[in-house]
Design a protein around this ligand. Structure first.
Ligand SMILES: Cc1cc2nc3c(=O)[nH]c(=O)nc-3n(C[C@H](O)[C@H](O)[C@H](O)COP(=O)(O)OP(=O)(O)OC[C@H]3O[C@@H](n4cnc5c(N)ncnc54)[C@H](O)[C@@H]3O)c2cc1C
Length: 406
């Protein structure tokens, strides 16, 4: 056996890449798979820097790829977590309306969730809210019992372990950056790796790697940083589980929310700030290449023109703890400035169309020997196993895997 030749390479060691590799290995145990990740560890970017929420499927357009995969993926994820002793808790969440117009929109959200097959959604009155979250104050809330929390890093790691257990000839290769590729091999900073087929799950760099396949893309990935605060040890008991605001339907973000993490800490965030560096986690992170590429794209300019006010506010809030607190106090008025401390940041890979609109559905395309996951925004961590099923189906058809590896 040629030790440097693989049947399939998965580029990207986030949760989408690992879930795909895992599902592929389950279906074809003798398939020799290599997962290539440029960082020293798996789940270093979006997957390891997210809110850790198992989304229920409440918000997404009924019938969309995103809605179907969220609901299906959530069920698979919870089963996987149960079987593999991953830290998780289906604790439910409340979406809190703080005025009458938000309360009205909650009814629409409830209807949307029911169309997506969610069970036992319930509108709560102020007294019922206080029974679930004693410090939350609102005119009404939507109770979403199927939402939960999970450790996505642990989940990604478990997928990796399972792959190697099924086929010890497969490999998880970290600190290996894909620079280019041909039909026969991948060029990396560790040399050439010979592969028959590639599946690209490269998150914030999905468009750049797809362009190397001569794909003409009418979209670009733009990074939106999300900063988090967390509650101090003393203030932690002000929140039990998950409190979300009513989202503004004009924006693709859910708004800053309170999340109990699986380690018991309470995180608050994330905001959504345009970032000058795709993997830049600090407020002053800057990359000339990323900045020029995004600013010379018509879609970014249109996005800025259409949403300059929102953008400016988010920018201000990223520098001001007081403004951040003010948003949190809309839901939990008793919160004080000393109750919150700065925590991690994450950067969302937002796929932007040339019209300046955010492409919100998952997008997977194929070309020659390759499959490209171009857009896997939230709730792709929740939906990873369902997305993986779709990719495996495409791989079976396009790569004709059945014939060779049954
Ligand atoms: C702030 C934030 C909060 C979120 N909250 C939630 C949530 O609560 N619930 C939820 O379901 N979803 C959430 N999401 C979305 C979710 O985290 C992502 O949709 C999901 O993690 C995407 O996974 P991925 O594997 O596609 O990307 P990533 O996790 O970013 O992985 C891509 C990997 O590709 C690697 N890579 C890129 N280029 C190369 C190269 N050239 N060579 C080798 N490797 C390369 C990167 O290093 C990276 O590790 C959130 C996202 C963010 C940023």
């Amino acid at each position: 056996m040629d030790r440097n030749r693989y049947d399939v390479a998965i580029i990207g060691g986030g949760i989408v890449g690992l879930a795909t590799a895992y599902k592929l290995q389950l279906k074809f145990p003798s398939l020799k798979i290599i997962v290539i990740e440029k960082e020293a560890a798996l789940a270093f970017h979006q997957t390891g820097r997210n809110s850790g929420v198992i989304h229920s499927g409440l918000y997404y357009k009924p019938g969309s790829f995103r809605a179907k995969n969220c609901v299906n993926g959530r069920k698979q994820l919870v089963d996987f977590a149960k079987e593999n002793l991953i830290d998780y808790d289906v604790c439910g969440k409340i979406v809190l309306a703080v005025n009458l117009s938000e309360a009205e929109y909650l009814l629409e959200l409830k209807d949307n969730g029911e169309k997506n097959g969610l069970k036992d959604l319930k509108i709560l009155n102020p007294r019922e809210i206080q029974r679930i979250e004693p410090n939350a104050v609102g005119v009404s809330a939507l109770w979403v019992p199927e939402s939960g929390i999970i450790d996505y890093k642990q989940t990604t790691q478990k997928f990796a372990e399972k792959i190697i257990t099924i086929n010890p000839n497969s490999k998880i290769l970290c600190s290996c950056k894909v620079l280019d590729y041909t039909n026969e091999y991948i060029i990396t900073n560790q040399g050439k790796i010979y592969v028959n087929h590639n599946i690209f799950c490269a998150g914030l760099f999905s468009d750049r790697l797809a362009k190397k396949d001569n794909l003409k893309l009418d979209m670009k990935i733009v990074g939106f940083r999300g900063d988090y605060f967390k509650l101090t040890e003393k203030a932690k008991n002000k929140i039990n589980n998950l409190i979300y605001p009513v989202p503004n339907p004009e924006f693709p973000f859910l708004g800053v929310h309170f999340t109990r993490m699986t380690d018991g800490s309470i995180e608050c965030g994330p905001n959504a700030v345009y970032t000058f560096k795709r993997e830049g986690y600090k407020r002053f992170s800057f990359s000339l290449k990323d900045t020029l590429e995004s600013l010379f794209f018509l879609g970014t300019i249109r996005l800025f023109i259409n949403h300059w006010k929102f953008g400016l506010n988010e920018y201000k809030r990223s520098f001001s703890k007081r403004l951040f607190l003010r948003d949190l106090q809309r839901m939990v008025p008793s919160l004080r400035i000393n109750d919150i401390i700065r925590a991690k940041s994450g950067v969302r890979a937002m796929a932007l169309g040339i019209d300046g609109e955010v492409i919100d559905d998952f997008k997977i395309i194929k070309k020659n020997n390759n499959i490209h996951v171009l857009n896997a925004p939230s709730p792709a961590a929740t939906a990873c196993l369902a997305i993986a099923d779709n990719i495996v189906r495409t791989a079976v058809d396009e790569f004709r895997l059945n014939k060779n590896y049954d």
